[in-house]
Design a binder for this molecule. Structure first.
Ligand SMILES: [Zn+2]
Ligand SMILES: [Zn+2]
Length: 238
């Protein structure tokens, strides 16, 4: 009966690839082509504090207030396509795949950390009304299910500001100042902070700062994508 139900489900709601949107075979989350193209970041090669590959480690010239940052994929090619079509194109089914990969990173690289809850970067109300969902919250809720942890709504976004996406490095730092505030109830908590993309890390850094000011015990970040320095266009925004 169960097999029949899944056959019917597949016939009417075929699984589509989390990157390109093609129908996949056997209910797989990715098509063969995208599976081939999608290369997860090798955790051995990254700095677990800033999330960058060791030669590009940003900790040399910046102090981050979060305790760590990891991500399954770089912000380019197939993975970028998959996350962007979820975030901007509302392909909600893509979130399952990326949340699963993020949870896998957490289990692997943060295995020694006893998290109390999963939390997320909040979205300003006006943007939420426009988009209809907060992509970071959607990912966080799915990750919490995989990890068997509660979800905690710990932060508020006080001002909308410009989209981080449209700004360059230094502007991004200024743009997030005073933007977030932590709610009560984070005191003594070890938190897993979820966002969709780490670019400069300014947003996650500001959120971590606010959580610490409210007494959090630890703030470790996980994002679906991490922007890397383009070796051919060093210094240019990606
Ligand atoms: Zn595909
Ligand atoms: Zn680093």
């Amino acid at each position: 009966m169960k097999a029949l139900m899944s056959l019917i489900k597949e016939a009417f709601f075929p699984m589509t690839c989390a990157a390109c949107g093609e129908v996949t075979k056997d209910g797989e989350p990715l098509c063969d082509y995208c599976r081939e193209m999608l290369k997860p970041i090798n955790p051995i090669k990254r700095c677990i504090l800033c999330g960058c590959e060791k030669p590009d480690c940003e900790c040399k010239y910046r102090v981050f207030r979060f305790d760590g940052l990891i991500a399954p994929f770089e912000n380019k090619d197939t993975a970028k396509l998959g996350v962007y079509s979820f975030k901007f194109g509302k392909r909600m089914s893509n979130a399952d795949y990326f949340a699963e990969q993020m949870a896998f990173c957490v289990k692997n690289e943060y295995r020694d950390i006893g998290f109390d809850a999963v939390t997320f970067v909040p979205m300003h109300r006006s943007r939420f009304l426009k988009r209809g969902f907060n992509q970071s919250r959607v990912l966080a809720e799915k990750i919490a299910v995989v990890l068997g942890l509660p979800i905690a709504d710990t932060l508020v976004c006080l001002k909308n500001g410009k989209r981080q996406h449209d700004l360059f490095g230094k502007e991004r730092l200024g743009n997030v100042k005073g933007r977030y505030k932590a709610k009560a109830g984070v005191k003594g908590k070890m938190l897993l902070l979820v966002d969709d993309i780490k670019t400069t890390g300014a947003t996650l850094d500001e959120c971590a700062k606010q959580l610490y000011l409210s007494g959090a015990d630890g703030v470790y970040c996980v994002t679906a994508l991490i922007s890397v320095r383009d070796k051919n266009n060093a210094g240019k925004k990606q």
